[in-house]
Write a protein that binds this ligand. Structure first.
Ligand code: ARG
Length: 566
């Protein structure tokens, strides 16, 4: 319904740079829009005149019985009352779609690569990777729901000079048994020790370079170590992905591009994108307003950036994507600006269309005290412990609420609530800002939290269970303001998803679900559902069902599971 209106506005405006809002009070209409101001600006009209013009064009561009009336109010805002038939038709459509509500059927041909998580082997996955994982997964889910071919890519950090250092450390101070037992922790310790010892023994630096060189040359022993480190790391990461319910379609990391790097360097040279300076190869990016970028060091080794160029080329060739999204922390903004600038300077697509490249950035995680929340430094906790703590706190909260669960059930429910709380906490905040890790707020059952949404869903399910059966929808009773308002809120769902798709901001979906939950909670507190007369009961049960479906689907898109009873 909102999209019908938007299309009608767009037809007159020739642009989608306007807003349509659901009004809280019918006095200002069901919906309002600022589109007349945009039109006024564009065609140099007085706002009121633009509003009048838009109003008459809307009557022409929308289906005949769509509006009840449109008024020009507040200096040029349009207030729109939809007809009863339009709202009825909308509810009929939602109810008919059932669990397919807002899902786009018919696959689009366009592929979108969403790269997220991308942790580094031999190091613990840290909280930044957790954010990337949660945000990337949500964005990929939305694209998939909207019919895109999605490629979910985990670009593992498994190559680079640091592995030379790690091999030195392992050979000098490592203990096989210990590493076997606790791979990531031990390897991380060894890496830290390397840097400590380096202060006293600067010669270690050269040794590290030498070991990496050997690794690159295919030295058997070093390869074997590297493969072992990688295998153990992936096993650990897998545990976290399992808990979070994350799946990837591609697991190709940096090392994969080793064989392509000479070719990339040659290409950059050929296209005169780089120049030599004291043995190193540098790209001058001044025309992009960026500092120069190094693509090969003077000792001949390549860099993180070089591998990203190679990977980009491969991504284009293999998937011909329309877009590539890199879901990576703000801190790497310069890196991606340089990568994208290099992509503009070089023919990486070999004549094919260059995809749109976006760095989908996000901020840091702060603890309640405002300090950077680090799972690497002593100030934070390990990611697995963090998840376990969320689950433990969820369990406590559930026990306090006195819902009786069987033991197995309790375990499953607290896992779902705890993990859901962590995800929602992240996704409900603007990804660009630093977010706060506030355990109380995260696990509260009545704030803007995951548990609140899961709880609301469970409440709706319990109403539906009590009804036993949802009767056939009866539209004739769709009269009252609160019934209509709920239909309008449900009608907003496709539009919200579209907004998430365009902005890569899952927080729009989170706020929408929170608003919907609040609305439906007060709805069933003030309007009898189960005990209204039969035709109203039929209407309201259908509304409750559609709301439950929308909440469940919305939460699933955020990667959050629902519970039938809590
Ligand atoms: N492995 C990197 C890190 O942990 C993130 C990789 C980001 N993706 C990329 N294409 N560079 O910092």
């Amino acid at each position: 319904m909102i999209q019908t209106l938007k299309k009608a506005i767009e037809k007159r405006l020739g642009s989608d740079e306007f807003e349509v809002k659901i009004e809280n009070s019918l006095e200002r209409g069901h919906l309002s829009t600022n589109a007349a101001f945009v039109l006024a600006e564009k065609e140099n009209l007085a706002p009121l005149q633009a509003a009048e013009e838009l109003r008459s064009s809307l009557h022409q561009n929308a289906p005949g019985d769509f509006f009840d009336r449109i008024e020009v109010g507040g200096g040029g805002f349009l207030n729109i009352w939809l007809s009863k038939e339009a709202i009825q038709g909308q509810l009929a459509k939602i109810a008919k779609a059932g669990s397919g509500w807002a899902r786009v059927k018919g696959r689009k041909k366009e592929a979108v690569i969403i790269e997220y998580s991308s942790p580094n082997i031999a190091k613990p996955m840290h909280i930044g990777h957790l954010r990337s994982t949660i945000i990337g997964d949500a964005i990929a889910n939305v694209f998939e729901f909207l019919g895109y071919k999605t490629v979910r890519w985990n670009y593992i950090g498994d190559w680079g000079t640091q592995f030379g250092k790690l091999i030195v450390a392992y050979k000098r101070w490592g203990n096989k048994g210990k590493v076997r037992k606790n791979p990531i922790e031990e390897l991380d310790k060894l890496y830290v020790r390397f840097h400590q010892e380096l202060k006293e023994h600067p010669e270690l630096e050269a040794e590290g370079r030498e070991e990496f060189h050997k690794l690159e040359q295919g030295n058997k022993g070093n390869r074997k170590l590297w493969r072992w480190f990688k295998k153990e790391s992936l096993k650990e990461f897998g545990k976290i992905y399992n808990r979070l319910g994350i799946n990837f379609s591609v697991h190709v990391g940096e090392a994969y591009y080793e064989k392509d790097l000479t070719g990339i360097i040659d290409l950059l040279k050929e296209e005169k994108v780089v120049y030599e300076s004291e043995g190193a190869l540098i790209a001058d990016l001044e025309r992009f307003g960026l500092p120069p970028a190094m693509v090969r060091k003077s000792d001949g080794s390549t860099l993180y950036l070089t591998r990203d160029i190679a990977s980009l080329k491969h991504r284009i060739k293999e998937y011909d994507p329309k877009k590539i999204l890199y879901v990576v922390a703000n801190e790497q903004a310069l890196h991606f600006s340089q990568l994208f600038a290099l992509a503009k300077s070089t023919d990486l697509a070999e004549g094919a269309a260059m995809p749109e490249l976006t760095h989908v950035k996000f901020g840091l995680v702060r603890g309640e005290t405002g300090k950077k929340f680090s799972s690497r430094e002593g100030t934070g906790i390990k990611l697995e412990e963090l998840l376990s703590r969320a689950v433990e706190l969820a369990k406590q909260a559930l026990v306090e609420r006195d819902v009786s669960f069987k033991k197995d059930e309790m375990k499953e429910v607290s896992e779902t609530v705890g993990i859901g709380a962590v995800k929602y906490n992240d996704l409900s905040q603007n990804r660009l800002s630093d977010i706060v890790f506030d355990w109380d707020k995260m696990l509260s059952f009545d704030g803007n939290s995951g548990p609140y949404l899961q709880y609301t869903y469970a409440r709706l399910r319990s109403i539906l269970k009590k009804a036993r059966r949802v009767p056939k929808l009866d539209l004739s009773t769709l009269e009252s303001e609160s019934d209509q308002a709920l239909v309008l809120k449900l009608a907003e769902f496709p539009d919200v998803l579209e907004r998430v798709r365009r902005s890569y901001m899952p927080s729009y979906l989170a706020s929408y679900l929170h608003e919907l939950a609040k609305q439906v909670n007060s709805y069933y507190h003030s309007e009898p559902v189960l005990y209204s007369e039969p035709s109203l009961r039929a209407l309201r049960l259908n509304l409750v069902k559609s709301t439950a479906i929308t909440l469940r689907n919305g939460l699933r898109l955020l990667g959050i599971k629902t519970i039938e009873r809590m």
